[in-house]
Design a binder for this molecule. Structure first.
Ligand code: ATP
Length: 557
């Protein structure tokens, strides 16, 4: 508790404050220990109806203040509510008061059969249909109506389950050209609205993920509306980004913490009036690496200056949406601290964060402690259809085993994970020498090099992408059919995100960990923590051969 208070205090002090340095060490420890804390999720889950979500008719009891400052009673049909409750606010306008706790709703299905059940505008549903999205995934069914009802949320569901659309759809239902209604600022000639600054800020931990999210927005918005969203990732030309911000006045920006914080601090990006702050891969964003930029964003985006930063009114000015397949208790704690009565939204249940309690578990499989207990932070993070194998070889035979595996499984899109950038080149060289088209992807490559490599991998020019943790989060290559750990991941969270690059959205996928004899205990710990069978195998005469009975969890300890 004391370290938490210290850490929070530190977040409020500036660079030059003398205690900052003294606190840094304890704060570092806090960040890390909190990432290791697991939530013991209370089974007392809510239904959409009990949190007040209803797809056909949404009732909001409190009053909102209209542009003309007249108090308007609510009780509107869903589309009216959607289009009125989040109008942009700016010069001469009063910000609309966010209405929460107040919603009374029934019968929204957790597994909706069509997007029309989720209360999003018709024009958006039409765009979805054109892009081949006809049925929402489970997490989208749960999250879209909940976000539309203004709740701050953590969205947690397994990798490849469609979490991006789960927050993108409610945002596009309220801001941008697909919201289904002409906005008051548009009627004013558009200029008033254009001066307001951005309305949604989406933060992702890597350029690749940021660019991927932009593409998803552009896909739904359509070619004519591309300028509604702008990419603000690091590594790209900052001046060009500033010019585009000035010229296009995007409603939505998507980027990496450093670049968004930089542009916001310089006054080129106006985020105080922002309605949505989305943190995609939130557990990564809350890591020590991003602490200062994230602090700035959490303090400034959607918050007007002055007043008590911790007051509920202050918190309620923006809607906070946190997203990840893995939700350690540190994220729950951050959501409670930065959000307003947030909910944990999963595919089949919605839980108030108040019901979750910390459960300290060491997620590192390399640790000497016996903490192999399944952890709630990771057990629901992997698609159930994935097949997990491990293969024991000598270090010098790892690449050859990789090649044999690719041929045995006839894998077409392979992602290979390693821990050290230096060794990636060597593996690519060896694979190419054996006739397998391969390329490396890592942070030392420039932005252009990274996107060219990724493009080649996606269009099939490159069969094997040899990479590091950079690609573990969020990368969506639907066809990826094999993930290989050529080096062991550092913990079960990293295993989950790496493995999740395959088997996306119900597709088949295989994960192979190639390890040495001395590392087998780590694999056993991983399978225990993740509650998945990881089967020992070998590759003989071009075929995958299971060399031990499928290891059950009980015998794995
Ligand atoms: N309702 C849907 N119908 C068809 N395809 C969908 C639907 N929703 C999402 N998809 C597609 O599924 C793929 C995976 O979605 P997405 O990347 O959002 O998953 P995710 O849960 O965020 O994964 P990760 O945790 O790895 O980031 C994407 O290619 C996306 O376009």
């Amino acid at each position: 508790m004391q370290s938490l208070v210290s850490a929070k205090f530190l977040l409020l002090v500036g660079e030059s404050f003398p205690v900052r340095r003294a606190l840094l060490n304890s704060r570092f420890a806090w960040f890390h220990s909190s990432v290791q804390c697991m939530s013991q999720i209370n089974r007392e889950s809510l239904t959409l109806s009990s949190i007040g979500v209803k797809s056909e008719q949404i009732e909001i009891e409190p009053k909102i203040i209209s542009k003309s400052n007249k108090v308007k009673p609510l009780g509107l049909a869903s589309s009216e509510v959607l289009n009125s409750k989040r109008k942009p606010f700016g010069i001469g306008e009063k910000k609309i008061v966010r209405a929460k706790e107040k919603q009374k709703i029934d019968n929204a299905p957790f597994a909706a059969k069509s997007f029309s059940e989720l209360g999003i505008p018709e024009v958006l549903i039409e765009r979805l249909g054109k892009e081949g999205f006809n049925v929402p995934t489970d997490v989208q069914s749960a999250a879209v109506p909940t976000i539309l009802k203004n709740h701050d949320v953590i969205i947690q569901s397994y990798t490849g389950s469609g979490k991006t659309l789960a927050y993108l759809l409610p945002i596009l239902s309220v801001i941008g050209p697909l919201r289904g209604e002409i906005r008051e600022c548009d009627v004013d000639g558009g200029e008033a609205g254009k001066k307001l600054g951005v309305e949604a800020v989406i933060v992702a931990p890597s350029r690749e993920l940021g660019m991927q999210i932009v593409r998803e927005f552009e896909r739904i918005l359509g070619v004519d509306n591309k300028k509604v969203v702008q990419q603000l990732v690091g590594g790209a030309n900052r001046t060009r980004q500033e010019e585009a911000l000035k010229k296009n006045k995007p409603a939505i920006v998507v980027g990496t913490p450093g670049r968004i914080a930089e542009l916001s601090a310089s006054g080129k990006l106006r985020t105080h009036g922002c309605q949505y702050l989305v943190l995609d891969e939130v557990d990564e964003l809350l890591s020590f690496n991003f602490r200062e930029d994230m602090h700035r964003l959490l303090e400034h985006v959607g918050r007007r200056s002055g007043g008590d930063l911790k007051s509920n009114a202050k918190k309620a000015e923006r809607q906070l949406i946190m997203v990840s397949a893995t939700v350690p208790f540190s994220v729950v704690r951050a959501a409670k601290s930065w959000g307003s009565d947030p909910l944990l939204v999963q595919a089949k249940k919605i839980v108030p964060l108040e019901t979750l309690s910390p459960e300290p578990v060491n997620l590192s499989p390399n640790s000497s402690s016996n903490s192999t207990k399944p952890s709630k932070a990771v057990v629901e993070s992997l698609p159930p259809a994935l097949k997990h194998y491990y293969c024991v070889v000598r270090l010098q035979h790892k690449v050859d085993t990789l090649r044999r595996c690719i041929h045995a499984l006839d894998a077409k899109f392979v992602i290979v994970f390693m821990n050290h950038t230096k060794q990636l080149k060597d593996v690519v060289f060896k694979l190419e020498a054996r006739g397998v088209k391969a390329a490396e992807l890592h942070g030392d490559l420039g932005k252009l090099g990274r996107s060219t490599t990724l493009k080649k991998f996606k269009n099939g020019e490159v069969r094997v992408l040899v990479t590091n943790e950079l690609s573990a989060r969020g990368l969506d290559v639907a066809e990826c059919d094999l993930v290989v750990n050529l080096d062991l991941p550092t913990d079960s969270i990293h295993y989950a995100h790496r493995a999740g690059r395959t088997g996306r959205l119900g597709r088949k996928g295989t994960v192979l960990t190639i390890c040495e004899e001395s590392e087998v205990f780590v694999v056993r710990k991983l399978q225990k923590q993740l509650e998945i069978p990881i089967t020992c195998c070998d590759f003989v005469e071009g075929k995958l051969l299971v060399t031990e009975e499928e290891t059950t969890l009980s015998s794995a300890s």
